[in-house]
Design a protein around this ligand. Structure first.
Ligand SMILES: Nc1ncnc2c1ncn2[C@@H]1O[C@H](COP(=O)(O)OP(=O)(O)O)[C@@H](O)[C@H]1O
Ligand SMILES: [Mg+2]
Length: 443
């Protein structure tokens, strides 16, 4: 039911009920009541049904003579078929016709037969419309104007004169996604250069010191060199992370094809991780390989990177003497896999950072992996932003733990690439668990 049919029904219905009550009460004769209802109903019909055609009454300029070829087309139908908000505006800026998308954008049906200036707020667009209306030459000569319609919303209006008619067509194009992508790209570049410049500044600073003030203080050099080595490590890590992020992004549309065994991927990842855990005095406990684990369709190196990133975070944010548990297994559906991976603790804060899109309505067998630590936990306000490039929750804690803030972004990208999911569950002061899941390989 359209808004107009509903308005018509409500108005006539209410009037009918009121009249009925008055008749029952004896205050009004039956004949008077019926005539009143007919009058109300026809006024309502004329009003609502009239505007439902979405064409305002033709202006004098319009009914002068039907123009050649194209003008034989019913304009309102043509506009309705356009996927973008579109309006036809005639002499005196009167809105002649519009489509549903334009109605949603400008809320035109609340003001039927309005002038453009009553619904369009932008002076730039109104000026462009005026300009097109007075322009003498025919043809689709157009102007476009960019409009900032909200804090994070940009539209471009294309205003062009309809050939062989005095009217103009306004077509609205949503630039918001384009602008947003451009901003994300600019932010990324700014962040990346900032992150690279910080260690570089430190290194150049020490070089200057060793050349100048500390030239003869060779006893202090080993300490300077240590710091410089640390900073250059940090730069290499950052570049390695940036490279793997860009590699994953560029292969995003190539679906993983290898048939892999999660148990094998876990043990391959742990070869590199055991020494790191041992060095930090953290115990890494691996749950036994679950029986009957189905294969997965995966890119082996990428999944190893997922395990490495999650376990190395757990090690990095854990205190010596604490324990990290890695568990994995199979589930009959993606939803169950998510629960197994990331919803195990009572009274924990939970956040799904990447949701799986089910391919079929039938449950799809899946596998999950969960890395649990006894670290400090993560404050609730950080959770939604984990997985954003360069976002580091412990920066605000003034933590001296180094990192790039790219690890979880990489994990999230890889899981998206595998049509999988990522979630976190955390309890302050008690620990954090990150879980990932993905569909099992199909036979
Ligand atoms: N196991 C964990 N325990 C506590 N905080 C974590 C854990 N894993 C990740 N975080 C938080 O999430 C942030 C982002 O992680 P990540 O993308 O791997 O970056 P990085 O480890 O380089 O800082 C970290 O800076 C940290 O604040
Ligand atoms: Mg990390």
């Amino acid at each position: 039911m359209t808004r107009r049919t509903r308005d018509f029904t409500v108005l006539t219905g209410t009037t009918g009920i009121v009249l009925l009550l008055l008749v029952a009460n004896g205050a009004l004769g039956l004949l008077e009541a019926i005539s009143a209802l007919i009058v109300i109903a026809s006024v309502a019909l004329a009003y609502f049904a009239g505007s439902a055609v979405r064409v305002a009454p033709a202006s004098p300029a319009n009914d002068a003579e039907p123009a050649a070829s194209g003008a034989n087309l019913p304009q309102a139908d043509l506009l309705a078929a356009l996927p973008l908000p579109a309006l036809e505006i005639g002499a005196g800026q009167k809105i002649m016709a519009f489509n549903g998308a334009a109605d949603d954008l400008f809320e035109l049906s609340s003001l039927p037969f309005a002038r453009a200036s009553a619904v369009i707020r932008s002076p730039v667009l109104l000026a462009a419309i005026d300009d097109a209306l007075v322009r003498r030459e025919d043809g689709p000569v157009g102007v476009s104007a960019e409009l900032e319609t909200g804090p994070d919303e940009t539209w471009r209006a294309h205003v062009s004169r309809i050939p062989a008619s005095a009217n103009v067509l306004v077509l609205m194009e949503d630039l918001t996604p384009v602008k947003r992508a451009a901003r994300a790209r600019a932010d990324f570049l700014a962040n990346a250069s900032h992150e690279l410049r910080t260690p570089l500044t430190a290194i150049s600073g020490f070089i200057e010191t060793m050349r100048g003030p500390a030239k003869d203080d060779t006893a202090a050099w080993p300490r300077f060199l240590d710091i410089m080595a640390g900073e250059s490590d940090r730069m290499s890590r950052l570049i390695a992370d940036l490279l793997s992020l860009s590699r994953i992004e560029s292969s995003e549309h190539v679906l993983p094809r290898g048939r892999e065994d999660l148990t094998e991927i876990v043990s391959a990842s742990l070869a590199a991780l055991q020494p790191i855990a041992a060095e930090s005095g953290v115990t890494l406990r691996i749950q036994d390989a679950p029986p009957g684990l189905p294969d997965i369709t995966a890119h082996r190196d990428e999944l190893i990177q997922v395990v490495e990133n999650l376990v190395s975070n757990a090690v990095k944010y854990s205190k010596p003497g604490s324990e990290i548990t890695l568990g994995y297994g199979a589930s009959t559906s993606l939803a169950e896999a998510r629960t197994a991976a990331s919803q195990r603790w009572d009274a924990s804060q939970r956040m799904t950072l990447l949701q799986t899109l089910a391919r079929t309505s039938a449950p799809e067998p899946a596998v999950w992996l969960r890395v649990e630590d006894q670290g400090p936990g993560i404050e609730r306000e950080h959770l939604p932003r984990l997985g954003e490039r360069f976002y580091r929750a412990d920066q605000s804690r003034g933590g001296k733990i180094t990192g790039t803030g790219l690890g979880l972004a990489i994990v999230k990208h890889i899981m998206a690439h595998h049509r999988g999911g990522l979630a976190v569950e955390t309890r302050l002061g008690q620990g954090t668990a990150f879980g990932v899941w993905l569909p099992a390989a199909r036979d």
